[in-house]
Design a protein around this ligand. Structure first.
Ligand SMILES: [Zn+2]
Ligand SMILES: [Zn+2]
Length: 76
């Protein structure tokens, strides 16, 4: 698969990832890699406890989706 963003500019670049939101194939130059924290909340006798784990989950986005998501208030 070729990078969609590069194809728009007339280049043929092999894609290395797929945006999880829109499914667009993107090359290294056109992807955003984010590290999402993995956490769990437990109900205990003392209330709700939140545990965050040391390993993060990568997610790949294209620039248009990244921009669209980051305009939401409270997304950061
Ligand atoms: Zn590209
Ligand atoms: Zn996308």
């Amino acid at each position: 698969m070729k990078c969609y963003q590069c194809a728009l500019e007339g280049y043929q670049t092999d894609a290395v990832a797929i945006c999880i939101v829109c499914g667009m194939a993107v090359c290294m130059d056109h992807l955003i890699r984010e590290e999402l924290p993995v956490s769990e909340t437990f109900m205990t006798g003392l209330g709700i406890q939140k545990k965050t784990y040391p390993l993060t989950m990568p997610r790949f986005l294209c620039y248009p989706c990244y921009d669209a998501l980051s305009q939401q208030e409270g997304s950061r």
